[in-house]
Design a protein around this ligand. Structure first.
Ligand code: HEC
Length: 309
């Protein structure tokens, strides 16, 4: 009898220890989740409230709605869409417009086809200003951005802008050939160049023929004149005639959505080791399809159970 009693006591004790250790493992997992979310979304250590939350992932939408997220994401996007920081805030037009789009809960496509213009602030260092413009095309028709990527092609074709547009909207990555100065449009038809400059999917020369053309080389005084060579084969053989038709076609493609979710994954994981497939990626694509905001793409990934495992 005495033996059985003490056995029971041992059993009860063991059960208590087991419950306590499971509870503390769960707490640790929650705290890890809170830390991860706060770090990825806001770049901050978690608040006490988030650390104590039963399910930190229910706070994702609230975190994404904060100015801290808007600032962090706009900086991330600007660094992704440009190789270097701009010399003036207006050159970093993608930073200013991203912030505007996030603050106003606009569809992400507004970055590229929204009726806006990013103007320089009152002084060289003042923040750039986003203005409504019926003739706008995201930040692609904003002067500081156009001058930044005008390039110095002999005939004023804006090859660099053509590349930057496809890179920014679709994530296309090409490495330019070196020492190509002095080779004109006909020269770029040679085999070593045509693969990038003349193909009817992302041919840089075809695209630049439908963009406005640079006139002059001085940043302060250069002007841009309308394209005059008619429709060109781009994006897999579509015959398009201007930048607006071109960017609109890109934004309407599945590749655009794919790139949005890829970008959201990159932002959250801060590394390239993820697969653009599987349930999380699908959840992101579905969410973006429904709402068109990049916030929803980021949220779909951050709320996935896998993000906190
Ligand atoms: C692998 C793809 C690729 C190949 C091949 C290629 N280029 Fe390019 N080229 C680019 C990209 C990308 C840019 C835009 C670079 C940028 O935005 O900084 C570019 C830009 C240019 C420009 C515009 C530079 C400016 O400042 O306006 C010229 C001229 C040019 N390439 C000539 C050539 C010539 C000539 C060849 C063949 C010898 C060639 N390229 C081969 C990808 C390529």
């Amino acid at each position: 009898m005495a033996l059985r009693l003490s056995n029971r006591i041992v059993l009860v004790l063991a059960a208590t220890v087991f419950v306590a250790s499971t509870a503390s493992a769960q707490n640790e997992a929650r705290e890890r989740c809170a830390t991860r979310l706060s770090g990825s979304l806001l770049g901050q250590t978690p608040t006490t409230a988030l650390l104590g939350a039963t399910n930190p992932q229910t706070s994702v939408d609230a975190m994404i709605a904060t100015p801290v997220f808007q600032e962090k994401f706009s900086r991330f996007i600007n660094a992704k869409l440009n190789d270097d920081p701009g010399e003036t805030p207006a050159e970093d037009a993608s930073y200013s417009l991203a912030k505007y789009v996030l603050q106003n809960n606009r569809p992400w496509r507004d970055m590229f086809i929204g009726l806006y213009r990013v103007n320089p602030g009152a002084t060289a260092t003042a923040d750039a200003v986003v203005a409504a413009d019926p003739n706008g095309l995201g930040y692609f028709r904003s002067r500081a951005w156009m001058v930044r990527y005008a390039g110095n092609e002999l005939d004023g074709y804006r090859i660099n802008a053509a590349y930057r547009m496809m890179n920014n909207v679709l994530g296309l990555k090409l490495v330019a050939a070196v020492n190509t100065n002095g080779v004109n449009a006909a020269g770029r038809m040679q085999a070593a160049c045509a693969g990038c400059h003349y193909n009817n999917t992302f041919g840089l020369d075809y695209v630049s023929k439908i963009l406005s053309r640079r006139v002059g080389t001085d940043a302060a005084t250069m002007t841009f004149r309308a394209p005059s060579e008619g429709p060109q084969p781009v994006l897999g053989g579509m015959m398009l005639s201007d930048d607006k038709a071109f960017v609109t076609a890109m934004v309407n493609s599945t590749d655009f959505k794919f790139n949005v979710c890829r970008t959201a994954m990159e932002f959250l994981y801060a590394r390239a080791e993820f697969k653009c497939e599987g349930p999380v990626f699908d959840a992101c694509m579905a969410s973006f399809d429904t709402t068109s905001t990049i916030q929803s793409a980021v949220a779909a990934i951050a709320k996935d159970p896998g993000f906190c495992q």
